[in-house]
Design a protein around this ligand. Structure first.
Ligand code: FAD
Length: 406
């Protein structure tokens, strides 16, 4: 394999190129990315960047010199339009064609838009890209009240940054609790209480009916049960849609994401897919087709593909893990906690430091730790190596968990 093209200059695309060079790949290496900037970290966009503790410069994954030194050609601000598989060429929207021996799709995901009247008013914003974050930052300066739509990770991270700036924040959430798709009830309850203590208000079990404005700018959100909440800014955080169109139009197998096998190969052996856009067999869940949106997943997928393309056998089996910073609380998740049928809490949520051990059919599937980083690191090993830990042990603070992984 002499010529590799990566589509998508995000976390996964960057890592694939960097790991390919690390693994000794010596051929031509090109990353095509439609954003105008070199690969950067997204997680701080809803955390340090909005809090004024990071800048566009500090978010860059590597300085420009890295790409030159590693002979990685960055084609930024350019979009891949189609894959001509029979001749192994990628066509850009400019019409230019690039030949490849192997193509890595790392196209990520885009934000789901809110399908209600008024969603196009100025001040109704989303958070995915640096450009989005710059918009949000600019708007936040003069704002007194915000409505966050969706109590997922990004919505809550944003809400806590806004509340810390003295802005009145209301979070509208369709489900009956925060982060309901990803975390257990005890962890949800803790974060709801913590956010309410910081002054954030919640409206659960309702959606947004419409958004109203004056002079083209948002002024309020009307919930589906008729409540009107004033807002100078609305942040929509209702999940993402994987960017699969390029793959689907090329005839590759696509479900929720681009379907890949254990080696992260698509239905075409010359094309891999990694990161947020890929649906892979999850070895921690009976090989169920799984799509994960996290830095860990993007990075470990990329490393696996780089290893394979450098000529060594590789099968993806990394344990999923994740983090989210909300207010002063650091949530870390090892494994995939949902679904589960039993939870055991270690430590005391009232003290602000605890872990929730989640079991499915007597098997430990996930551990959510709040301000207990040592538990998180141990939990990664316990789950990855399938080491036994019965619920009574998990709850027993007298038991040193480190003894189990020695
Ligand atoms: P992306 O980073 O989305 O990169 C894909 C790139 O491909 C994009 O630049 C896209 O524009 C480009 N692209 C798409 N189609 C084309 C095309 N046809 N041609 C050219 N380019 C194309 N994860 C965590 O683990 N912890 C966190 O705390 C956390 N916080 C987050 C906070 C925010 C605000 C956001 C947005 C995400 C957060 N994430 C977090 C998720 C994490 O950032 C993503 O899972 C990760 O970026 C996925 O990497 P990716 O390369 O698969 O996709």
């Amino acid at each position: 394999c002499r010529d590799i093209i990566v589509v998508g200059a995000g976390q996964a695309g960057f890592q694939a190129a960097a790991s390919l060079r690390e693994a000794g790949f010596d051929g031509l290496l090109t990353i095509v990315g439609d954003e105008p900037v070199a690969p950067y970290q997204r997680p701080p966009l809803s955390k340090a960047y909005l809090a004024g503790k990071a800048t566009a410069g500090t978010l860059a994954l590597r300085p420009a010199s890295f790409y030159a030194n590693h002979r990685i050609t960055l084609r930024l601000g350019e979009r891949a339009a189609l894959i001509d598989r029979p001749v192994q060429q990628l066509e850009l929207t400019s019409g230019e064609r690039l030949g490849y021996d192997h193509l890595i799709l790392a196209t990520g995901a885009r934000n789901r838009s809110l399908p209600v009247p008024g969603a196009d008013l100025a001040g109704v914003l989303q958070l995915r890209t640096l450009a989005d974050a710059e918009d949000v930052q600019r708007y936040l300066a003069g704002v007194e009240s915000v409505v966050v739509v969706g109590a997922g990770f990004i919505g809550l991270e944003f809400a806590s940054v806004a509340a810390a700036r003295g802005i009145a924040v209301t979070v509208v959430e369709f489900a009956d609790r925060v982060m309901s798709r990803a975390v257990s009830r005890p962890t949800s309850a803790f974060f709801r209480d913590a956010h309410e203590a910081a002054g954030i208000r919640f409206a659960f079990g309702v959606g947004v009916g419409r958004i109203t404005g004056a002079d083209g700018h948002v002024t309020a959100v009307e919930t589906t049960n008729g409540r009107v909440v004033a807002a100078d800014l609305v942040l929509v955080g209702i999940g993402v849609v994987p960017n699969v169109e390029l793959a689907a139009e090329a005839g590759l197998a696509v479900a929720d994401g681009i379907l890949v096998d254990h080696a992260l190969l698509t239905s075409d052996p010359s094309i891999s897919a990694i990161g947020d856009c890929a649906t892979f067999p999850n070895s921690f869940d009976g090989n169920a087709p799984t799509r994960i949106e996290s830095v860990q997943n993007a990075v470990d997928h990329a490393r696996c593909v780089a290893t394979r393309l450098a000529g060594r056998a590789a099968s993806y089996a990394a344990l999923p893990w994740f983090w989210s910073d909300q207010g002063g609380w650091k949530l870390q998740i090892a494994g995939l906690a949902n679904p589960h049928d039993l939870t055991v809490t270690r430590g005391d949520p009232a003290q602000g430091a605890f872990s929730v051990f989640c079991y499915r059919h007597d098997r430990l599937v996930g551990v959510e730790s709040v301000n207990r980083p040592a538990d998180h690191m141990i939990a990664r090993r316990l789950i990855a190596e399938r080491l036994p830990l019965v619920p009574d042990q998990a709850a027993d603070l007298a038991l040193d968990l480190r003894a189990l992984i020695r």
